[in-house]
Design a protein around this ligand. Structure first.
Ligand SMILES: Nc1ncnc2c1ncn2[C@@H]1O[C@H](COP(=O)(O)OP(=O)(O)OP(=O)(O)O)[C@@H](O)[C@H]1O
Ligand SMILES: [Mg+2]
Ligand SMILES: [Zn+2]
Length: 258
């Protein structure tokens, strides 16, 4: 498993933006109050954590032991473990606990519609303890649908009985009516300070050391983009025999820029 999958956040508190971030705070609050019911749209630049936060939200929604924490998924019940098992990005995934995801960039529009209709109707293995009794569908890369397709989808969104979670990198790709219909949760990118902290923590967790200046420089050169940072950090740790310093960071960045 690469570092990027190994360090994919499993709970809201693992996201580099932190629990203080406005979008994360509101999602945590909705999950805590069992109020998440309308369609939700996560936006962030590529590699900023859209698919990750969508899965965490869905995991809490279908979690069979929500009593373990006010808003985080338990990570140990069958439903949580099923979602944690979705590693590679595949066009479809569905489990018996009411979770499914579909990548709108990889399938036809008809398939997307059929998927949402059938998921809304499919029975789910309930638990009396489950906080939400909703099937959840993640529509990843929703902005890859054309505007006319999104307009058609809007009708489905209105009648669908499942919780639709949309992910989109660029809000400009969205039909205005879709934006209006959804609760928008812009994740953005973590601050430079938070990136530096997480880079240092990861280097140490990997058994190495980290120089703060090197971590700062690496984060800055990667535009504070977590996925970019993690890729370069992996190379830097390999090149630096476990150590992130200015030399290993520079070599890794050189590789990156080709
Ligand atoms: N906010 C974040 N906090 C911590 N790690 C992150 C974050 N965002 C991305 N990552 C890292 O990058 C990887 C990819 O994240 P993810 O797939 O959620 O991004 P995305 O926004 O959906 O990207 P894309 O636009 O390509 O679909 C994760 O496995 C994780 O390692
Ligand atoms: Mg994604
Ligand atoms: Zn659980």
């Amino acid at each position: 498993m690469g570092l990027s999958e190994k360090y994919r956040p499993k709970q809201l508190s693992d996201l580099w933006q932190g629990l203080d971030h406005l979008a994360i705070r509101v999602v945590a609050g909705e999950l805590q109050n069992n109020k998440l019911s309308g369609p939700t749209l996560f936006t962030a630049p590529y590699g900023g954590g859209k698919t990750t936060i969508a899965r965490i939200t869905a995991m809490r929604t279908t979690c069979l032991q929500p009593g373990n924490h006010p808003f985080e998924p338990c990570l140990s019940c069958k439903a949580c473990r099923s979602i944690l098992g979705v590693i590679a990005s595949r066009p479809y995934f569905a489990d018996p606990y009411g979770y499914s995801e579909i990548d709108c960039a990889k399938v036809s529009f008809d398939e997307v519609c059929r998927w949402v209709l059938s998921e809304a109707a499919s029975p789910r293995m309930w638990s009396e303890d489950s906080a939400f009794n909703l099937n959840v569908v993640i529509l990843d890369e929703f902005g890859r649908l054309t505007i006319p397709q999104q307009k058609k989808f809007l009708k489905l969104l209105e009648v669908s009985r499942c919780l639709c979670i949309l992910c989109c990198a660029d809000e400009d790709d969205l039909d205005p009516a879709i934006r209006q219909r959804c609760s928008i949760r812009p994740l953005g990118l973590p601050s430079a300070e938070l990136c530096v902290k997480h880079v240092c923590d990861m280097a140490v967790a990997e058994g190495g050391t980290a120089n703060q200046d090197a971590a700062r420089w690496l984060s800055q050169r990667c535009g504070n983009n977590p996925r970019e940072i993690i890729k370069v950090l992996g190379d830097a740790l390999t090149l630096g025999a476990g150590n992130l310093d200015l030399t290993s960071a520079e070599s890794a960045l050189k590789l990156r820029s080709g």
